[in-house]
Structure formats: structure tokens, C-alpha cells
Design a protein around this ligand. Sequence first.
Ligand SMILES: [Zn+2]
Length: 323
Amino acid sequence: MSLVRQFSSLEEIRAVVGFIDDNPVGEHDFSGFVGYYRLKDSLSCCVRDGIGLCGQRHQFGFVVRLKDDTASIVGNECASTKFGANEHYRSSRQEMEKKLALRSKLAGLENVLQNRETSESLLAQAETALQRIQEFKDELERMLGPLIVKALSSMAKNSDGRVVARTITTRFQKDKDGKIVDREDNVEDVVVGRLPSLSALDAQRLRDLSDRLVAAKRAFSRIDTIGRRPIAKEVTYLSSTISRIEPTGGEIAKMSAQIKSFLASDLGLLSFLSRNHKDRVQAVIYAHAKNGQMISKAVAETWLEQLTEATRKRLGVSAVRPV
Ligand SMILES: [Zn+2]
């Protein structure tokens, strides 16, 4: 494919074979693009205007080939407004834009290759972090019942992190002898605490992140074989895939931070996320395990009773239980 040249001075432009100063270009003289320029100094546009030249001063324009094989210059604005209707001009321009886009992507790839070590170490870090997240999720699912995991997932989606419990406040009516004649239960759901939300429980999201890392890894191995005749589509794919390493790593790091703050929070609250007693005891065991303490079921039972009682007192109610 022919190159689109970039000119950075009038001298360079004048060196183009067949270039003539003040060479008038009409719409039907246009044969093709030689290249483009963005200069600090302005040049005078050579589009034919009546019997003279347009003469508009401009800094961004094109070196064009005429049908008589000479070359001249055209300002960007005139090119669009005066030649824009010409089919041949339009397709040449599109072709040039494509080549320019490809070139800037190749430059992007070049840049990626120069920072390859950094990118690849970012990729490796992200892979390790994602693996730890997956392990955390597997362990959570293994140790807690499905009800609690489901509750945590829905908390992650609603992202408010509130742990709600049902409280019952009982009032007794007594007669003048102190004998209970009536009782009234007032039921109210209250927030007993908050747990940081875990986006790590979103399996689809974990798969997406993993897919992106796998694609980046493949891109690195393919980039070496691209050679000198790059295919635009492939270059686009590779540079976009590799450029996603950093944001993907960022998302993964955010997830890891969530897990860290989850583990540092009051995990006893997990026992309020299921009504199932076995789940609640399991939650207590998990909370202790994450604190480095292995406890038996019996100890967990006692702990759960104490927690419930402490929560009841703190809230000033007659009874408290999961919703
Ligand atoms: Zn002009």
C-alpha cells in the first residue's frame, strides 16, 4: 500500500517530484493525495478560483497529485468545500483517512511494545489478583450457605450494604392485680449494620475480566508476528485489547479492595442474612475463620446466642431475628 506522507516544512513539500509553486488545482485536475501537512507557518491555497488562485492562508492542508502529474497544495477547508462533491476526491480522501488511522494505531502498538515489560507485568499482577478473587469467592460459597451468598449478591447489586433484622417489641397489658390480660407485638425491621458490597460475587463480571486478560495475553503473542504489512482490522483489535489491560487491572484492584474491606468488617453480621439456623452457625464459623480462629459448632452456637442477645439489648427490643 502506498504511504500517506506527512510533511513538516515547505521545503519538504517543494521536494515532491513534479511540485510547482502556485500550481492551480481545479476539481477535475485532482488525481490523488501525496500527503498532508500541519505547519506552524501558513501556506497559500492553490485551488483554482476564476482565473486566479483561492489564496486562503492555512496551516493544515494536502499535497495533491494532478492529472498532468504535477503536484500542488490545497487547504483542508477548500478541499472539503470545493472538491467534496467529487466522487473520486471523496474515495481518495476516505482511503487516506483509513491509512492515517492505521498509522496512528501502529504508532499506538509501537508505544505498547516500548512499554511491553510494564504492560506484561501489569497483566501478570491482574491475573494473580483475579485468581485470588476467584478463590475468595469459591471459599465464601463453600463455607456459607447459598442463602447468605444470595443475600450478599443482591446487596452487591443494590450496593447499599445494609443488614436488616426483624425486631419484636412486646407490650403486656395487665389488670389491677398485675395479671396479664393482653399482649401486643410490635414488629419492625431495622438496620443492624453494614457490610461492604462484593462485586466479586458477580460471576459474569469475573468471566468478562478473565476473558479480557486472556485476550491481552494472546495479543502480546500475536503482536510479534504482525510484520510489515499490517491488516487494519487486526491492528485495531490488538491495540484496543492491549490498551484494556490497565483499566481491567484497575477494576480488579477495586474488587480486591472491596474484599479487603469486607474481611475487615464485622462479619458476625453475616449471621443475620439467613433465617436458617445451620446457615447462621456456619456464618459465625466463617467470621471466626477469617479472623484466624477455628471454632467448633458448639462454640459457634454459643457465640450466635450471645450476639443475638447483645443485639437485642442494643436495640432495646424484646427479640431480634433475621428477616
Ligand atoms: Zn482555497
